[in-house]
Design a protein around this ligand. Sequence first.
Ligand SMILES: [Cu+2]
Length: 171
Amino acid sequence: MNTETSSVTMAGLRAHCQTDQQPAAIAHVFGSDQYPDIKGTVRFYPAPGGSIVETNMEGLPAMSLPTATPQVGPFAYHVHEGSACGSNQGATAFQAAGGHYNPTNQPHPLEAGDMPVLFPNNGLTYNRVYTSRFRPADVVGRTVMLHQSPDDYHSPTAGGMRIACGPIEQY
Ligand SMILES: [Cu+2]
């Protein structure tokens, strides 16, 4: 059993989530040349034992059927270790961001940068996710990455092509 956050109670987390606070870090996300309509903002809030990651994005493509190749959505979503997104061109867009943020060398999906997939809603997504895997300060100077395909939470390369990226900066 993971006891890392055993001192964090759900009531405490809910109370914390309802406070109106400033983020500690922020990323402005932009799409690759193949998905130029994607843009968004990711805010990282300090939370008991970790972070709350608030994601707003627009311009997401519609999901395909699961039988399509490549399958489009729900979109794999991670913190990557690199500090910069690099080129947004072509099938190798955003390779400069490196692999998943994984300071303790865990297997996927136990890497610190692993997060839930994003679902598009007429191109929009909004969610707030609590993670005990990093604090906002841990990911300043890294990147958030959205992939074209789903995360199978098994293969470290799941998600396929990188379609949107944003450098995480101190707020
Ligand atoms: Cu990724």
